[in-house]
Design a protein around this ligand. Structure first.
Ligand code: ATP
Ligand code: MG
Length: 410
C-alpha cells in the first residue's frame, strides 16, 4: 500500500496542534467542574433513531450530514453528529430521570459529512455541558455563564460576542411559523430548492440557511418578537436579567435559530470575527422536549456544545513539555541511571533516558529535544551518591545528592 492519507475531512493531531486541543478540553472540563458538572462518557455510535427523529428531519445534520450505515447484524447505526441526543438517551437508559438535576460534561469526536474547509471537518471535536432538570431562566443564564467563563479562561473573549435569541414556547412558534410561511411564500421564486422544501415542512429552518440568495430574503423576514406569548416573553426577560447578574455581556440577534429542531426558548451562539464563515465557537439553547422524545418523562434541559477545533485555532499554544535527560557515563552507571530515572518519574518529573552515544552526543541530543536539564552520572559520582545536574538553559552545572534529585528537579 502506498500513499495512505487520512480520509478527507479528518486529520491527525500531533505536537502543537494536539497541545492546543488538549488545553481547550482541559480548560472546559476544569471550569465546568467548578460549576458542578460531572463528566459522562457515552458511545460514539448509537442506534440511528437516537438522532434521526430528535434532531429534526429537515435539519441539515439529518438530511445531509450523518454517517449512517447498517452494521453486520443489519442494525442501522449512526456515528454521533452531536452529543446532546446521546446524553438524553443515556439519561433514560440508565434510569436517571428521577435523579434530577443531572449536570453533564461531555467531550469527544463528532462526525458530520460536510464540505471540509478551515474550521469545518468530518471528524471534529466538541466539549459541552447539559443541565437537565431545571426549568427556570436562571439555569439558562448559568449555563451560558459557564461557557463565557471557559472562553475567558482561554483568554479569547476580546474578540467574541454572545448572540442571544428566544425561540419562544410552542404557541409562540406556531404563530411565528404562520407569519414566516406567509412571508416566504411571497418570495418563493427567490428561495433555494432546499428552502422551498423547508417552507413546506419547517419554515424556521430557512432562517438558518447558508445560501447567499436565501440570506438576502431572510434579512427582511419578520422576527419572533411580535409573536411571543406573555409566558415566553417573561422567560426571555428572566434570561436577560440573570445574564446581567452573572455579568455576561450579550447582543440580541433575532436571526439565531440553531441548526437542530429540539430547541425552544433560549438560543445562543458565541461568535468570533476571526475565523471567517466558521465563526461560531460555542452554541446551544434550551431543549425542553428532547428527553420526552427519547422515551423519557417530560424533563426540561438546557446546554451547549463548543467547537474544540475552532477554539484551538484561537488560543495561544501551550509550550511543549520539557524533560530531564538522564545521561549515564560508563557501563556501571547504566544501572544507577535507571534507578534515578524511575525515582524522578515516581515524583512526577518528566524524565527520559538518553540512549545512545558518548557524553557529547547525548548532551547534543538532550539540547536538541528541548530538555531543560541533564543529569549526568559517572562512576565517581555514583561512588559518592551524587549526580551532576546541568541546567541546559542557563548553562550552569552543580553537584546534587541523588536523594535530593526529585525535589530539586520537580
Ligand atoms: P455551523 O453553523 O458552523 O455548521 P452548527 O450549527 O452545525 O454549526 P452545532 O451543531 O451547534 O453547529 O455544533 C456546535 C459547535 O460545534 C459549532 O458552533 C462549531 O463550533 C462546532 N462544529 C459544528 N460542526 C463542525 C464541523 N463540521 N467541524 C468543526 N466544528 C464544527
Ligand atoms: Mg452545521
Amino acid at each position: 500500500m502506498t500513499d495512505l492519507q487520512p480520509v478527507r475531512g479528518t486529520r491527525d493531531l500531533i505536537g502543537e496542534e494536539q497541545r492546543r486541543h488538549q488545553f481547550v478540553v482541559d480548560t472546559a472540563s476544569r471550569v465546568a467542574a467548578a460549576y458542578g458538572f460531572d463528566e459522562w462518557e457515552i458511545p460514539v455510535f448509537e442506534d440511528t433513531r437516537v438522532f434521526a427523529r430528535t434532531l429534526g428531519d429537515t435539519s441539515d445534520v439529518v438530511t445531509k450530514e450523518m454517517y449512517t450505515f447498517d452494521d453486520r447484524g443489519g442494525d442501522s447505526i449512526t456515528l454521533r453528529p452531536e452529543a446532546t441526543a446521546g446524553i438524553c438517551r443515556a439519561l433514560v437508559s440508565n434510569g436517571l430521570t428521577q435523579s434530577l438535576p443531572q449536570k453533564v460534561f461531555c467531550a469527544g469526536p463528532m462526525f458530520r459529512y460536510e464540505r471540509p474547509q478551515k474550521g469545518r471537518y468530518r471528524q471534529f471535536y466538541q466539549a459541552g455541558i447539559e443541565l437537565i432538570g431545571p426549568a427556570e431562566p436562571v439555569a439558562d443564564a448559568e449555563v451560558i455563564a459557564c461557557g463565557w467563563d471557559i472562553l475567558q479562561a482561554l483568554g479569547i473573549t476580546d474578540d467574541i460576542v454572545l448572540e442571544l435569541n428566544t425561540l419562544g414556547d410552542r404557541e409562540s412558534r406556531l404563530a411565528y411559523r404562520q407569519a414566516l410561511i406567509a412571508y416566504f411564500a411571497d418570495h418563493r421564486q427567490e428561495l433555494s430548492a432546499d428552502s422551498l422544501t423547508r417552507l413546506e415542512r419547517n419554515p424556521l429552518r430557512i432562517l438558518d440557511s447558508k445560501d447567499e440568495g436565501d440570506r438576502r430574503i431572510v434579512a427582511g423576514a419578520p422576527t419572533i418578537a411580535a409573536y411571543l406569548t406573555d409566558a415566553a416573553r417573561a422567560f426571555y426577560d428572566g434570561v436577560r436579567e440573570n445574564l446581567a447578574r452573572f455579568g455576561v455581556p450579550f447582543r440580541e440577534n433575532p436571526r439565531i435559530v440553531r441548526g437542530l429542531d429540539y430547541y425552544n426558548h433560549t438560543a445562543f451562539e458565541f461568535v468570533t470575527s476571526s475565523l471567517g464563515a466558521q465563526g461560531t465557537v460555542l452554541a446551544g439553547g434550551r431543549y425542553d422536549g428532547l428527553v420526552a422524545e427519547m422515551g423519557g418523562p417530560d424533563i426540561p434541559a438546557v446546554g451547549w456544545g463548543a467547537g474544540i477545533d475552532r477554539l484551538a485555532m484561537l488560543v495561544a499554544a501551550p509550550p511543549p513539555p520539557r524533560s530531564v535527560a538522564v545521561i549515564p557515563v560508563g557501563d556501571a552507571a547504566e544501572t544507577a541511571a535507571i534507578g534515578v530515572l524511575q525515582a524522578l518519574r515516581r515524583h512526577g518529573v518528566r524524565a527520559e533516558m538518553a540512549y545512545r552515544g558518548n557524553l557529547k552526543r547525548r548532551m547534543e541530543r538532550a539540547n536538541r529535544t528541548g530538555a531543560r536539564a541533564a543529569v549526568i552520572l559517572g562512576e565517581s559520582e555514583i561512588a559518592r551518591g551524587v549526580a551532576q545536574v546541568k541546567d541546559l538553559a542557563a548553562g550552569t552545572q552543580e553537584e546534587v545528592a541523588l536523594a535530593e534529585l526529585p525535589a530539586r528537579l520537580r
